[in-house]
Design a protein around this ligand. Structure first.
Ligand code: SAH
Length: 451
């Protein structure tokens, strides 16, 4: 370790930006990760924590400013991790994401061109879903967000990257919980009642769903709260209670009941209407989702004769869009409610050439392989942990002609491309699509083919 101490202040040159958006400066080779510092800047850093291999600091003063720095709206968006890249200009965020993928490829000796990131049509206020914690702060029920790496709630009413109509709904729900003296969840004693408020709003339909996640089976004053919510928010189409009694960081419990309206909301994408249940995944940046799906569908090069597997299919958004240009589509998804949504969505949009299976993609993929299902195109859109080794192994014996990989984590993408390389798959280009402006998250589309 360099000769450094906690609370020491020193002048450093920032040379890099981590995946999480922290500035990196090396002090005699020892890396310091610095909040609110950009490459090319010289800052006075205040050391907050030292470990063996690296340390953390915050920027006390900027001595030389990067041309990519922009005015930040509020420190709380960095503190909470809601918008860790808010101090970086939007064009620089797009380049940052392109370079992040490029670096990972270089480390793995992958020769793949990374194209410029497709910008998001909306750079703030884009999220169509919120899941905010409810806690008591100084004797008052508050909604907001946790400080990074903690469970300290920072009260927030403007969430900056969320649909403002969702922010407004959260404040209305907060005020009703206060009005009826409903206790906030108490994490330390696993006591209290309301843990989280989840709100989803169809970007094109304006239909809103409100989910109250409670530790107890019942919500005190439920009838009054429901009636007040519907009076205050005419867009609400669905109010759901979700029961989550456990000590856990997982937001939703497994049991839900609809206490008002429908079990789902609807939204439109690429000319189809989709029903979305509380437990189902749905892309959070609806305008940009259309660009993401267009890139995936273009990559599939469908002519109408293909058999397609859509793995990690969610509510069937990609499956149904591809079904219009393919012979047959098979979807697989682990959340049963999402598969139910997908089946209803297929029927409602008059699409017959698609079949959905509930299960783990790695299990169902092996079954399909054993049944000698021959896919021309394999579409994958896995969660952050990427493809399971069993999945990749099944791909290796099924050998679909073309794989379209939609990734939300470039580290597992690079790993999986390397693994698929064992079976002769190669990629030439990756197209990043910015689904998450102001944050470090990186979405991309890559096509792999065999020689
Ligand atoms: N393609 C869809 C969903 C992508 S998100 C869309 O664009 O909307 C990833 C999906 O994978 C989620 O719906 C999640 O429930 C599902 N999932 C996670 N692990 C899985 C697994 N092992 N097998 C199948 N599906 C899984």
């Amino acid at each position: 370790m360099a000769n450094l101490a906690k609370n020491q202040e020193l002048e450093v040159n920032v040379t890099d930006l981590t995946y999480e958006g922290l500035g990196v400066a090396k002090v005699d080779g020892f890396p310091l990760f610095i909040d609110n510092a950009l490459p090319g800047e010289t800052v006075r850093a205040h050391i907050t924590k030292l470990q063996k291999q690296y340390g953390f600091a915050f920027t006390k003063e900027i001595l030389k400013k990067s041309p990519d720095r922009v005015e930040t709206k509020s420190r709380i968006y960095t503190q909470t991790g809601i918008a860790p890249l808010q101090h970086l200009s939007y064009p620089a965020q797009l380049t940052f994401k392109q370079h992040q993928i490029d670096e990972l490829y270089k480390k793995q000796h992958l020769d793949i061109e990374v194209l410029p990131t497709i910008p998001s049509p909306q750079q703030t206020g884009y999220r169509d879903k919120a899941q905010v914690p409810v806690r008591e702060v100084n004797g008052k029920l508050e909604t907001g967000f946790f400080k990074r790496r903690s469970h300290v709630l920072v009260p927030i009413t403007d969430f900056y990257i969320q649909d403002p109509a969702i922010d407004e709904a959260i404040v209305i729900v907060r005020d009703l919980l206060r009005k009826y003296n409903v206790p906030a969840y108490d994490e330390i004693h696993n006591g209290g009642v309301v843990r989280n408020v989840m709100v989803r709003r169809g970007h094109f339909t304006k239909m809103m769903m409100i989910v109250l996640v409670t530790r107890t089976r019942d919500l005190p004053h439920m009838a009054e709260i429901v009636s007040d919510i519907t009076a205050a928010l005419p867009e609400v189409a669905s109010i759901i209670l979700n029961f989550n009694p456990k000590r856990t960081n997982v937001i939703l419990g497994s049991r839900s009941k609809t206490v008002w309206g429908q079990d789902y909301i609807e939204d439109d994408l690429l000319g189809s209407t989709f029903r979305i249940s509380a437990q189902s995944f749905y892309q959070v940046n609806p305008e940009q989702t259309e660009n993401l799906y267009k890139a995936a569908i273009d990559g599939a090069q469908l002519t109408g004769n293909e058999t397609v597997i859509d793995a990690y299919s969610g509510i069937g958004t990609i499956s149904l869009t591809m079904a219009r240009h393919a012979k047959q589509v098979y979807g697989v998804e682990v959340v049963p409610e999402a598969v139910e949504d997908a089946r209803v969505n297929a029927a409602a949009n008059g699409i017959k050439n698609v079949t959905f299976k509930v299960g783990k993609a790695e299990d169902v993929m092996r079954t399909w392989r054993d049944q000698k299902l021959a896919a021309d195109v394999l579409m994958v859109d896995p969660p952050r942990k990427g493809l399971a080794p069993e999945f990749t192994e099944a791909v290796g014996s099924m050998l679909p002609g073309r794989i379209v990989y939609v990734s939300c984590n470039p580290a597992t993408l690079a790993r999986d491309i390397t693994a698929l390389g064992e079976f002769g798959y190669k990629a030439t280009q990756t197209q990043p699509v910015d689904m998450f402006p102001q944050t470090q998250h990186i979405e991309s589309v890559t096509v792999l083919t065999r020689d």
